[in-house]
Ligand binder design. Structure first.
Ligand SMILES: N[C@@H](CCC(=O)N[C@@H](CS)C(=O)NCC(=O)O)C(=O)O
Length: 185
């Protein structure tokens, strides 16, 4: 089995955290998109979109961080995939991209403040699901918690999540995982 991650920082981080959790062997090729490294001919032959992260798992090349982490959990690290609640897991992965990352990136693009009304509505959905179990879909940590916590690590959300009466404990449990510390290092 040969897994290679291409990218640096940003969304690549959620795949590196995921690989750390999976305890799989992998290699990491730094591709710094801010330095134009994702637009070279060599990289475009791997991902014609010119974006990172990309994960190559043997002959399979995947772009889109949501799909990458889905693949890594479902195929490579099933203990991180809530199999009994698969449809809800996909729902929450898409929710994170749409409801947390979407407003964050829209604000960044226009140099405006993040739409905190929209974020608060999204956090209410998270508060509700976390009122039912210790982690988002069960009593154990999964890729759904990883992706969501990773999004909330962004500077605009981090203190909001950490100080929230209903989310704070879950956020602290997710962000104190050793695989996260290893990915950060
Ligand atoms: N939806 C994609 C977005 C990928 C993306 O925009 N990656 C950024 C880095 S975090 C990038 O490569 N940007 C390069 C560019 O836009 O030229 C994902 O989640 O993987």
């Amino acid at each position: 089995m040969a897994i290679t991650v291409y990218g640096k920082g940003g969304r690549t981080f959620r795949c590196l955290w995921m690989l750390g959790e999976s305890e799989l062997e992998y290699s990491h090729k730094s591709v710094d998109w801010s330095q134009g490294e994702s637009r070279t001919d060599a990289f475009l032959s791997i991902n014609a979109n010119g974006k990172v992260p990309v994960v190559k798992d043997n002959d399979l090349i995947l772009f889109e961080s949501l799909a990458i982490n889905y693949h890594l959990a479902k195929v490579r690290a099933p203990h991180l995939w809530p199999n009994a609640r698969e449809s809800e897991a996909i729902q929450w992965l898409a929710w994170g991209m749409g409801e947390l990352e979407g407003p964050h990136d829209a604000a960044n693009r226009s140099s405006a403040a993040v739409d905190l009304v929209r974020i608060e509505i999204a956090l209410n959905a998270l508060r509700k699901v976390l009122s039912e179990s210790a982690y988002m879909l069960s009593e154990t940590f999964s890729v759904v918690d990883l992706n969501t916590a990773c999004l909330l690590l962004r500077p605009q959300f981090r203190s909001l999540a950490a100080s929230d009466a209903e989310i704070g404990d879950w956020f602290a449990r997710c962000t104190s995982r050793s695989a996260l510390a290893r990915a950060t290092a």
